[in-house]
Structures are given as C-alpha cells and as structure tokens.
Design a protein around this ligand. Structure first.
Ligand code: SF4
Ligand code: SF4
Length: 441
C-alpha cells in the first residue's frame, strides 16, 4: 500500500473510533441525543470515507486532502493562539455591605427592627423585596417541587450548616509554632483534599472582598466587619453530575445543601487546626457566616473564572461546584488566577441566558461593578424563581457546556477551548448540536 493510502485509511479509522468513543461515553452519561447524533456521525463519516476512497484511490493527491483537512482541524483546535481575555479588574476599593445581599434582605420581615431600619435607609429595594416575600418560602409548602418528606430533610441539612456558623472562630493557642510557609501550605492543601474537597488554592485576601457590615448569621446585624487576615484558603467541592442533571427538582437542592455542609465542616476544622498552631484563622460558611465574597477570592486563588451565569466556573467541573473558605494570618504561599477562555466562551455561548426561565441572566455586554467588568445577574428575578419552585433551580448550571463531567473526551475538548478561539467557536456549535440549545424540564 502507498504511504498516502495508509495515512488515509489510518485517519479514517481514528476519526470513526473517536466519534464512536464519544457515542459510548454519551450513552454512559445518559445523554440520548448526543449518543444518537454521534452514532449517525460515525456511520456518515465511515460511508463518506469509504466512498471517497472508492472514487479517488487512483490519485494520491486527492487521497491526501481529507487527512490534511483533519490534521489542520486538530492543529487549529489545540494550538495556543494567545487570544484569551482576562477579567478586567480595576478595583475601586469599595466594599459590599452584606445587608444589601439578597439572601440577607429576604430575612427582613415586617415588624422586625431590621426591616424598618433597612428599608428606611434603602427604600429602593422595598417594593421588589416585599413582592418576593409574598412568594412561598424556600423549601416550605407552596413551592412547585415541595415534598413533605424531602423538603424538611434538606432544610435540616441547612440547619446543621447554620449550627456550624457558631463554630467559625475560637481561642488561638498561645504557643505559636514556627512554620515554613511552603510546607504548611502543602500540608493544609493535602488535608483539605483528604477531607473531600476537589480543588484548593490560596489567595492573598484583598480588603475590597471583605464585606463591610454583617447582614446575616449569628453576629450582630449591622456591626462593622474587621478581617485583616492576609490569606484566604479557598476550596471547591464538586456537585454530583447526575444530581445537577436533575435540575430544577429537589435533588439539586439536596446536593447543594450536602456540599455546603461538607464545606462548612472542612473549613471549621481547618480554621481550628490553624488556631491550634498559634495563628488567627476563621472559617467562612454558608448560612451565613461569610465575611468575604467567595467567588472573586476563589478567582484570585486560581479555582476558576466567573461566567455569564454568575457562578465561578472551575476548569474541571464548570459551575458544578460549591466553595468554602478559611482566612488566616498564617503565612502561606499563594496561587495565581487562571484564565482559560471562559470570558471569550461566555461572550458567544449564551446558553444559560437562553435557558434561564426567570430572565435573570443577561444577554447583554458586561457592566462595571465596583471596577470589575462582569455580567450582572438579576438576583431578584433568580430568587423569586427559586421561591416559586421551592428549590434552588440550577438550570443554568445544568446546561452550561463547562458542566460536562471530567471524562477523557470532555477534558480533551476543555484543553482545546482553553487554548484556541477556533476551538471555542466550534465547541459552542457542537454543544448545541449534540446536547440541544434548549433544555427540557
Ligand atoms: S452557559 Fe455558556 S454563557 Fe453561560 S456560563 Fe456557561 S459557558 Fe458561559
Ligand atoms: S438558578 Fe435558575 S433562575 Fe437563577 S439564574 Fe440560574 S437558571 Fe436563572
């Protein structure tokens, strides 16, 4: 056989095997449409490859064209083109008041002193917040997916998280141990992963990401927050792929609650361990006891990039993560932010916006928020929808192309979209073709 013929045959076999492997992997992911489309592609490529060989086997020039096309395609898909946009950050230094956060505002009830104090200072939020209060409460009767057994069970998981909010801080051992930063950083990262986290990073803590005043949790409402810790230990917990696929029903909320509880346990234990070494440390957990804004600090720690849907997008798990944090003055070695193409991908993809039933995710350009260019979620619309459902929805997380499980095939695609604009353009089209533009629920 002529070497060109050999290359032609080998390329055809590799191509068909790759598409068939994708069909098999889609079958195990229970993605019926992707499975069927990939099978059709396998059959079509085999037929075209054989027919072309039959017609042009007399000409080595003609036989060299299809392999050259495939090789060029692979090169364009994986070759770094240096066209990756970073997030534009020009921090104003302004801090966010936790009392303004939607989850805090939801808790103010008429007759409660916080309600009167807050809405006389911020009357612009009163009408929309009162309208939200008219809707069924989260996990309580009235929500579309309310279940008399499962909803209270999930609420009890959140109850355990709330209990841990009283365990975030404590006594610092008077015997301060001399510790080498690189060594303790590795030890803490190892411990966090051992306790069940799926990624971990360290960031210098910037004061603009520390809330200015307490809005929720056991500390006095409205008191000023002082957290001068120099470092934030950030970690991510992967949310189970199949549970996220169940969105918007209760299963995704159970998964969120479980990961919040696991994150709370990890951060409380790590903070306690650091205090036992003689250094100040505080856990920041849901429910709420955050003194810091987790997504931007997690970005600084290299755990992901913020996407259009408002969540941090992890390089391996996409938005299917929950975050945890410990801040400390123990010296640590820091990580760097990672930019892997999310800003460019989200610019064109828009799949979360198309699928968001409440219209909370913007189609428009980014806006500048305290000096950071970002897609601004309409949180009031999102939370209203959560209350209508009685779950935390998660449809945007489910449809995001970055949410595919970290299998060999999806990881290969992730490599490409983190390097080349060509790969990002093709992958957006391919995601719609194999998985559909609109989710069914
Ligand atoms: S669905 Fe698309 S636009 Fe939305 S966050 Fe994911 S990648 Fe970005
Ligand atoms: S959770 Fe649901 S309502 Fe909220 S932004 Fe995502 S898709 Fe929209």
């Amino acid at each position: 056989m002529h070497p060109i013929e050999l290359i032609y045959v080998a390329t055809g076999i590799i191509l068909c095997a790759a598409v068939l492997a994708f069909a098999v992997s889609s079958y195990f992911e229970k993605k019926t449409k992707a499975f069927m489309v990939a099978l059709i592609f396998t059959a079509a490529i085999s037929a075209v490859w054989l027919a072309y060989y039959h017609i042009f086997s007399f000409s080595m020039i003609m036989l060299s064209i299809p392999p050259a096309f495939v090789i060029t395609f692979a090169f364009l898909f994986f070759a770094p083109d240096g066209r990756i946009s970073a997030i534009e950050i020009d921090n104003s230094g302004e801090r966010v008041d936790e009392r303004d956060v939607m989850f805090a505002r939801e808790e103010y009830e008429p007759g409660d002193s916080r309600y009167d104090a807050y809405y006389s200072a911020k009357p612009e939020y009163k009408e929309i917040d009162d309208a939200i209060r008219e809707l069924p409460r989260f996990l309580e009767p009235g929500g579309k997916y309310y279940d008399p057994i499962r909803s209270p069970y999930i609420d009890s998981i959140f109850h355990s998280v709330r209990y841990l909010t009283t365990r975030v801080d404590g006594e610092i051992s008077p015997e301060r141990k001399a510790i080498e930063p690189a060594e303790i950083t590795e030890t803490l990262k190892h411990a966090i992963m051992k306790m069940g986290a799926d990624d971990v990073g360290i960031a210098p803590l910037r004061q603009e990401y520390v809330y200015s005043h307490v809005g929720r949790g056991p500390q006095k409402w409205g008191s000023e927050i002082f957290n001068n810790h120099k470092y934030a230990i950030m970690f991510a917990l992967e949310m189970d792929y199949e549970h996220v696929e169940s969105a918007p029903d209760l299963t995704i909320t159970e998964e969120s609650a479980s990961k919040y509880l696991q994150g709370a346990l990890i951060s409380v234990e790590i903070a306690r361990h650091i205090r036992n070494l003689g250094y100040s440390a505080r856990a920041h957990i849901a429910g709420s006891n955050y003194q810091i804004m987790l997504p931007p600090v997690a970005y600084d720690a290299g755990l992901g990039e913020p996407g259009r849907l408002g969540y941090l997008i992890s390089p391996r798990f996409g938005p299917r993560i929950r975050l945890g944090a410990v801040t400390t003055d123990l010296s640590l070695t820091t990580d760097k932010p990672k930019n892997f193409g999310v800003q460019d991908f989200c610019e064109k993809c828009l799949k979360c916006a198309v699928n968001c039933p409440s219209g909370a995710i913007p189609y428009k350009e980014k806006v500048s928020v305290r000096g950071v260019k970002k897609w601004q979620l309409n949180i009031e619309k999102c939370i209203s929808y959560w209350r209508i459902l009685g779950t935390d929805c998660g449809l945007c997380m489910k449809v995001c192309p970055y949410s595919h499980p970290p299998t060999l095939f999806h990881n290969i695609v992730r490599k490409g979209i983190g390097r080349s604009a060509f790969a990002r353009g093709i992958s957006i089209q391919a995601d719609d073709l194999f998985y559909g533009r609109k989710a069914r629920f």
